[in-house]
Design a protein around this ligand. Structure first.
Ligand code: ATP
Length: 248
């Protein structure tokens, strides 16, 4: 049985600076409990799609000029990012963005700022995050700015988990990381997906890794979805092999 649809992006168009049309009608669906990959090369529109969903385009002079974005059937495109977090959707931005002068643990705790369920629940979730990221427990008193790129990516995901999200929008987790670390991060994403039931919409240029961990995927080219389907089918698709997996 197909699981519940959480996020539904219907034919959205995004324009920057009133003139630059970047998304030309993008539609996608994120189902509960799934890992959905949003794939495509540099500049295809992955980040723009995630920012459109979490309403982060305004500061970049971008706007959704057509289409709709629904979460559990309700229109969310006019909500501010904090209101969206309350509905259970949080974005982990590309480039990680830790608070460099705070410790790893303080960074994680900032992720719980919207919660009203008390300190004990927050501390229990901190332990939950440390269970998924043992490395962060070791580094918990280190200043985040002095941790490695991989550790900062872990902090960014861990901080998102501290808001107890239902869905995480994860932008380019592999960026700048060595292959072994990329694999480690995806293993943790998978563990969180299976262990906590968190759904992921994951933007990635690394098609190979993403399609091994995702359940389904969309490939964006030049602001349009050109292919979509179950991850296993995309992996076997000759065009995907030739243009994205480099093994035709
Ligand atoms: P990347 O992996 O490089 O982030 P992407 O698929 O996420 O690629 P986007 O960042 O969404 O792509 O960019 C899509 C297009 O929109 C690119 O052509 C980019 O130059 C353009 N673009 C992005 N931000 C802006 C902006 N603030 N103003 C104008 N154009 C922008």
């Amino acid at each position: 049985a197909a699981s519940e649809t959480l996020l539904e992006v219907n034919n959205i168009e995004v324009i920057y600076n009133h003139v630059i049309l970047v998304l030309k009608g993008v539609s996608l669906t994120v189902r509960k409990g799934g890992i959905t990959a949003l794939l495509g090369g540099n500049g295809a529109g992955k980040t723009t799609t995630l920012k459109a969903i979490s309403n982060l385009l305004h500061s970049e002079r971008g706007e959704v000029t057509k289409g709709s974005i629904l979460y559990k059937g309700e229109r969310v495109q006019d909500l501010d990012p904090a209101a969206l977090v309350k509905r259970g959707v949080i974005q982990v931005m590309e480039g990680r963005h830790c608070f460099e002068h705070l410790t790893v643990e303080e960074n994680l705790l900032t992720g719980a700022y919207t919660r009203k369920d008390g300190k004990a629940a927050v501390m229990a979730d901190l332990e939950m995050v440390y269970d998924y990221f043992p490395r962060l427990k070791e580094r918990r008193r280190s200043q985040a700015g002095y941790t490695s790129g991989g550790e900062q990516q872990m902090v960014a995901i861990g901080r998102a988990l501290m808001s107890r999200p239902e869905t995480i929008l994860l932008d380019e987790p592999s960026m700048g990381l060595a292959p072994q670390l990329v694999e480690q991060i995806f293993e943790i994403v998978k563990a969180v997906n299976e262990g906590e039931g968190v759904s992921f919409l994951l933007a990635e240029q690394n098609t190979n890794v993403a399609l091994r961990y995702a359940h389904s995927g969309y490939i964006l080219e030049n602001g349009r979805v050109v292919m979509e389907g179950p991850a296993g089918e995309l992996r076997e698709n000759p065009d995907v092999k030739e243009f994205y997996l480099g093994m035709s």
